[in-house]
Structures are given as C-alpha cells and as structure tokens.
Design a protein around this ligand. Structure first.
Ligand SMILES: [Zn+2]
Ligand SMILES: [Zn+2]
Length: 151
C-alpha cells in the first residue's frame, strides 16, 4: 500500500471518529498506522514491539485497549483462528460481513466482503429463532504464491 493511500485511510478513520463522537487518541492512531503499514494480519505481541519504537513504555494492556477500540470502530478485525489482527478493507461499510482467506504457509490474510454469506446466515438464524450479534467466516488454505511454490 503506498504512502498516499495510507494517509488517506488514517484521515478517513479520524473523520469517522469525529462523526461518531469517539476519541481517537494519538496512541490509537499510531497503532492503526502500524497496522496499515503492515498490510497483513499481525499478532498483538508483534504490534507491541513495533509500538515500542515510538512508545518505549507501552505495555500489553496498552495494545489491547487500542485494539479493542479499533475493533469497536470496525477499523480492524480479529482473525480468531490465528489469534491475530488485521486492517479492515471496508472502513466505510461498518455492517459488512467479512470472509477471511488465510494462507497456512505464509500467513497472508485476504478479506472479502461476503454479502451472500451474510444473507444466508441471516435466513438460517431466522429459522432457528436466533439473533446474530456477529459472525466469523475464516477459510484456510494456500494463497496464489504458495500454491505455485507447492506445485
Ligand atoms: Zn472488514
Ligand atoms: Zn501463502
């Protein structure tokens, strides 16, 4: 992702926080910046190490609080099956259902907005008289590059 797009995403996130009347602190913004730069899923531990370049006193709760905030604002997602976090690619559509495609070899995670899955789950939930609060779709396999190397 080039620097112009990175800056654009950051300012978009800041604007959304103003609209939603929530506080984007410099620390939360820095964590988001690191995740935008990363451009792939990252563990909380790796993020903490990166954050320590600018904030040497940062501790695990620091990073978890920032991550919780960014998840609440739907700027990032938690990838449950690998216990990592990644930037959301659909900032402006906070109600999207996403599907994650996780490469088991190199760890690359790709997000796709999955409208059809959302509707399917919704209709199954209605049949089951169930109210969905959130859902997670994660698929494991190999990315294009790793498939090529395996052949
Ligand atoms: Zn997303
Ligand atoms: Zn791969």
């Amino acid at each position: 992702m080039n620097v112009v797009i990175q800056r654009k995403l950051l300012s978009q996130a800041e604007k959304l926080c103003v609209q939603r009347n929530v506080r984007m602190t410099p620390q939360r913004l820095e964590v988001l910046r690191l995740m935008i730069k990363q451009n792939n899923a990252i563990s909380a531990y790796e993020l903490l190490n990166l954050l320590r370049h600018s904030e040497p006193q940062a501790k695990p709760p620091t990073i978890y609080r920032a991550l919780d905030f960014l998840i609440d604002q739907k700027f990032i997602h938690r990838v449950e099956s690998t216990n990592s976090f990644m930037l959301c690619h659909y900032f402006t559509d906070p109600l999207h259902t996403s599907a994650f495609f996780i490469c088991d070899k190199c760890g690359q995670v790709t997000e796709k907005a999955a409208e059809k899955i959302k509707h399917l789950l919704q209709s199954m939930a209605t049949q089951a008289s169930f109210a969905i609060s959130h859902n997670i779709v994660e698929a494991h396999g190999l990315c294009t590059q790793c498939v090529v190397h395996t052949l």
